[in-house]
Design a protein around this ligand. Structure first.
Ligand code: DQA
Length: 141
């Protein structure tokens, strides 16, 4: 089964969006480097700005993925619906953030994803996705 890598709102703007915070790589760059690093293992890499679509994809991942890597963007801090979907998800979950939300504004301290995840990787930029993939592959080997 593929490793699902799900990305939430505004992550389609990576590269031009606040590069001093989020880096200069685009989401396509991150996907391409992950696919390369995956060494033939299947990766299902997606982005959506929609909360409902993200919930639907988490439900799909529970059925169809070996593990779920998720950067939920701002829904991390707001979405009980996403939290509930992740709670219901039966495959390992690894949360990723490019920045370290704990070192930023107070409104980013609320996190509905972290309590559902096996691990959180934050503040390491795009490399965080690679660490998450390595962990996901080892956890499901
Ligand atoms: C983010 C951090 C969130 O607080 C923010 O809303 C994002 C990106 C990150 O990857 O650093 O959209 O998830």
């Amino acid at each position: 089964k593929p490793v699902y890598v799900l990305n939430g709102p505004n992550l389609n703007l990576l590269g031009t969006r606040e590069p001093e915070i989020y880096g200069s790589q685009t989401l396509d760059d991150i996907r391409d480097s992950l696919v390369e690093a995956a060494n033939g293992r299947a990766i299902e890499f997606r982005q959506t700005n929609g909360e409902g679509e993200l919930v639907t994809w988490v439900q799909e991942a529970s059925r169809s993925a070996s593990a779920l890597i998720i950067n939920a963007g701002a829904y991390t801090h707001t979405s009980v619906a996403l939290h509930d979907a992740l709670r219901a998800c039966t495959v390992p979950i690894i949360e990723v953030h490019l920045s370290n939300p704990a070192a930023r504004e107070a409104f980013r301290l609320t996190n509905y994803v972290a309590p559902t995840a096996t691990a959180t990787i934050a503040g390491l930029g795009a490399r965080g996705y690679h660490f998450a993939l390595e962990a996901a592959i080892k956890m499901t080997a």
